[in-house]
Design a protein around this ligand. Sequence first.
Ligand code: AFP
Length: 323
Amino acid sequence: MKRLTNVLVDDKVCPQLQSVLFSIVTACKDISFRVGQGALSGVLGATQDENVQGEQQKKLDVIANQILKDYLAADNNVRSIASEEEDTIVAANETGDYIVGFDPLDGSSNIDINGQIGTIFTIFSAVNQLNADDPAQFQQTGREQVAAGYVLYGSSSVLVLTTGKGTQCFTLDKTFGEFVLTNDAMQVPTETQEFSINMANSRFWFEPIQYYINDLLKGEIGIRKKRYNMRWNAAMVGDVHRVLTRGGIFLYPQDKRDPNKPAKLRLLYEANPMAMLMENAGGKASTGLQPILDVKIDDLHQRVPVIMGSSEEVEQCQFYYNQ
Ligand code: AFP
């Protein structure tokens, strides 16, 4: 049985980065406990406030955000913080070597129904010439991430992590409160017969996705010559975990619903970390036109189309864009 601490030492992760990872993981253990308490600890339901994206904040969004901010601000290795629930960058420590972005509670609409929810995080090196409160700190591409991961609060709490070399999965052993290695090299199967997309948006999609999904729906009598099944969790963290575990394709494409929000998912703290985990497990992650990890972050809350999962299926989907 290998604990997270030992894995990071064996993988020669530098002590400063280990410290940042432990701050995040400790915060997530705290969040996991509160999620588990549910209605008993008064964490269910909504607040009266909206975040910068105009979404109503759930109580647990606010609680999880505060827990993460508190642990990270207390870590001298963290220079700056960006969160889905914060309008602008949050300065932590001017001498920190790392900057951290996170979605404190992904899948908020699942909180009150006891569905899958999670915390997604990304870590970059800080830009030395820039102050901690300068949003340009995050103007990097996903390729420059030094670590990324998520904690899924499901039937068990799992940490899926990459520090660059592969994608590893740890399960929280609640008897002694530590994450224990349960899969040391996640591998996404190259082929799949399972797709994941919100079909309710189909009339707003652009042509490449309309045609691609239509061909999947035709099953064995269509051009793809096999029957596809569909799954949708309404929490990226749950859908991506399934794809990392047994293959599949997850899509949140650009659509025509609201010209001000051409895509739904955020590049910095949703798409990028998931793309790094996916690529390091042998999968692919694309906007349809280019790898997600090559898109430069211009704005902390920038949105991006997301197509990720089994490599051959993502390539098939890209074919419709190329045409
Ligand atoms: P919330 O955390 O705001 O509920 O959003 C979750 C999410 O960003 C992502 O995790 C899901 O894949 C997607 O939204 C679900 O969106 P739909 O509302 O289209 O189901």
